[in-house]
Design a protein around this ligand. Structure first.
Ligand SMILES: [Zn+2]
Length: 401
């Protein structure tokens, strides 16, 4: 892992995007609406240097926006709206050369605003009308340079995921790397009935991949999709190579206390949450040595203030996902007491990839082991993880924290 940070052209803009992107508001949501929100008016005003789009809406809409290049476009995506506006008032002018509407699937529709060359989006606001009747969406665009447009696009790529297939080819989708623990010579733990951890984690990982791919809004990769050995640093490298937005390592441990059961979510920390988690991290970090592959270099390559900022950013995202995961998983399967724990797991140490390790249950507990072998139980656990990913990925689109 010595060269992970240095010599990685992908990291700098990505990092920049994360930091800058904190200020960007790309998603504004409100409670779900029973009936469509009506777009009663749509006006475009301005000239070649500046444009304002004003949309009169019956209620506060779910709105997100993103940029596309070639030509320079702003896409306003609204959920569950009905356009009733007078089209003449919405005719393009000045900085805006075209306005088009497309159906984006589900209840989503997109208003695609084409600029006369590059522009900068100054703000996208949703405001309550002073007379209390309805809301206004106000979008301000100002002519800008190609460099500014590209910088905004780079921020967007680094901080968001546009999750509809095909229609936004310039924006990568939210990418998840699933890491089935152990494999090959490293079998991991052994269950009370003899099942091996590496077998359970692979089966689960493949099922999770399929469940995510069925949604058609994520790019999903596996660190391994068959029974083979992989060093811990190779797993981290695979996550970084795919520029993953999320890395999930799947495990099913065994411990001496056979009555201990339930799922646990781990994040990385130099200070372990408890002795059991510290021991767990030591066990998992030994996987390389147990398989006879020697110890990878200690990952001390990430240093300096900028790297610390990235690391802290990443840790924040990891914690946020871990919270969502505990919340979502606990409605599907049994969790251990204090289900979010932390320790120094090597496999969670990518500096720029939010990472968690999920201990699905204990192979040393007969009831847990039976569940881990049960495809229906695994489907429930999968649903819990998918729910958390949906929430986390949605939040990343409009993160302002
Ligand atoms: Zn394990």
């Amino acid at each position: 892992m010595a060269s992970l940070f240095k010599g990685s052209p992908a990291l700098a803009p990505r990092m920049f995007g994360w930091l800058v992107g904190l200020a960007a508001i790309l998603l504004m949501s409100s409670a779900a609406h029973a009936s469509p929100i009506q777009v009663e008016g749509l006006r475009v005003v301005g000239d070649a240097s500046r444009a304002r789009i004003v949309m009169d809406v019956s209620d506060s809409p779910d709105l997100r926006w993103f940029l596309l290049r070639a030509p320079h476009r702003l896409v306003l995506e609204l959920t569950d709206v009905e356009y009733l506006h007078d089209e003449t008032a919405a005719s393009p002018r000045g900085l805006i050369t075209d306005i088009a509407f497309t159906d984006a699937g589900g209840a989503k529709s997109r208003m695609i605003v084409t600029g006369e060359g590059a522009f900068v989006v100054e703000n996208v606001d949703i405001m309550k009308n002073e007379d209390g009747a309805g809301y206004r969406v106000v979008v301000d665009m100002v002519a800008g340079s190609d460099r500014q447009f590209e910088a905004a696009l780079a921020d967007q790529i680094a901080t968001t995921s546009v999750t509809s297939a095909g229609q936004a080819p310039d924006v990568p989708r939210f990418t998840i790397v699933i890491d089935p623990g152990h494999g090959g010579a490293d079998s991991g733990a052994r269950g009370v009935s003899g099942v091996l951890e590496k077998t359970i984690t692979l089966a689960f990982g493949l099922e999770l991949k399929k469940a995510l791919e069925d949604l058609d809004r994520y790019d999903v990769h596996m660190t391994r999709d068959r029974d083979r050995f992989l060093r811990l640093d190779e797993r981290v490298r695979i996550a970084r190579r795919h520029e993953a937005d999320l890395f999930i390592s799947i495990h099913a441990d065994a411990i001496r206390h056979r009555d201990v059961r339930g799922a646990t979510v781990y994040t990385v920390s130099e200070t372990p949450s408890d002795a059991a988690s510290a021991a767990k991290a030591i066990r998992e970090n030994l996987a390389d040595q147990l398989a006879g592959y020697g110890s990878p270099e200690e990952s001390d390559e990430v240093s300096g203030i900028l790297a610390d900022l990235v690391r802290r950013e990443t840790d924040g995202f990891s914690l946020r996902f871990a919270n969502a995961l505990v919340d979502s998983l606990s409605s599907e399967i049994a969790m251990i007491k204090n289900p979010h724990r932390f320790a120094g797991f090597q496999v969670l140490k990518a500096p720029d990839v939010p990472s968690v390790l999920v201990e699905l249950g204990y192979l040393s507990n007969a009831a847990d082991e039976a569940q881990l072998r049960d495809v229906e139980w695994r489907a429930q656990a999968t649903a819990g993880i998918v729910g958390a990913i949906d929430r986390f990925a949605g939040g990343r689109i409009g993160s302002t924290e």
